[in-house]
Design a protein around this ligand. Sequence first.
Ligand SMILES: NC(=O)c1ccc[n+]([C@@H]2O[C@H](COP(=O)([O-])OP(=O)(O)OC[C@H]3O[C@@H](n4cnc5c(N)ncnc54)[C@H](O)[C@@H]3O)[C@@H](O)[C@H]2O)c1
Length: 363
Amino acid sequence: MKRQENKLILVTGGAGFIGSAVIRQLINHTSYKVVNVDKLTYAGNLESLLSVANNERYYFEQVDICDANSLKKVFATYQPDIVMHLAAESHVDRSIDGPSEFIQTNIVGTYTLLEQARQYWNTLTTEKKLNFRFHHISTDEVYGDLAHPDEDDNAKDSLFTETTSYEPSSPYSASKASSDHLVRAWQRTYDFPTIITNCSNNYGAYHFPEKLIPLVILNALEGKELPIYGKGNQIRDWLFVEDHARALILVATQGKIGETYNIGGHNEKQNIEVVKIICNILDEIRPKSTKYAEQITYVKDRPGHDMRYAIDATKIQQKLGWTPQETFETGIKKTVQWYLDNQQWCKNVQDGSYQIEKLGSNK
Ligand SMILES: NC(=O)c1ccc[n+]([C@@H]2O[C@H](COP(=O)([O-])OP(=O)(O)OC[C@H]3O[C@@H](n4cnc5c(N)ncnc54)[C@H](O)[C@@H]3O)[C@@H](O)[C@H]2O)c1
């Protein structure tokens, strides 16, 4: 038996969009054991893990990361080698409507998890202690926004690097920035072995239908309006979720302790471009008497809306050899097809949940 087969990764937020992609890859392509620690909020859906749920290396614990006692039991029971922390409130529009849950889960929850992980780590044998790592998964939104080509001819040259200073704009990004600071402080103060990744906008299968891409696909199919914030010229750097999951597993298992890695797709697109691309794909594979783009409408912009995000992913490419495998063109086709083929998943996760009224710029 290879040594890796004995190791266990504790994934928080594993029933969410990115966490479920990470767990499916860990179970299908590695021999790690995985314990998924998830509270199952509206955004957490065990249906996204049906393909691995019966695997003997997969375990699930319904636990809130703000609950210190339950976390203590989970650490004692599973004795993890690696923690990958993805649990979060993640939707910017919801953070504007009600920031409280974001402060609670993203800041207090990260603090509680860090403390329980550190107490557990303090009890480990020297060898296990040396190999332990806590990987905190964060967003490029902590950096604020970049110059936009509509306003600055040289904008294309400015990218977020690992040393860009933090300037979060929304309650969501401010709460994620706070959690990043906590993680770095635990590393610096306690020598607790942490790694942070900051990633751009993800898209792909199993994405909760309040976010831009699944929302556009589903609204388009239902003949509803496709409302675009402002002029729709906000730029995001899109990354296929399976590419993100591959990067996260690489960082968690081979990244250097104390480092930060930016992860991005080299796919800068204006929101309106993304919506038009989806409409064109639907025109091709699900044609109807009118063009889907005729459903596009423009609505008042989101307050404090960031204009442009773009990642410089040179470090992870050079240090760990990661590059995305999908282009936006190939990834978005797969995504549209997945939503066409999985209408039942969409219905199930939407039942009784957040009203899909707004078209967020993405996350
Ligand atoms: N989606 C993106 O484009 C993107 C980009 C960069 C970084 N991120 C970060 O990646 C992580 C995962 O994002 P996602 O899009 O998969 O989010 P998601 O909203 O789809 O999933 C979040 C998961 O966390 C769980 N959760 C929420 N509160 C919890 C709590 N208190 N205790 C335990 N579990 C809880 C939910 O049930 C859900 O399963 C987040 O930290 C997010 O900030 C996301």
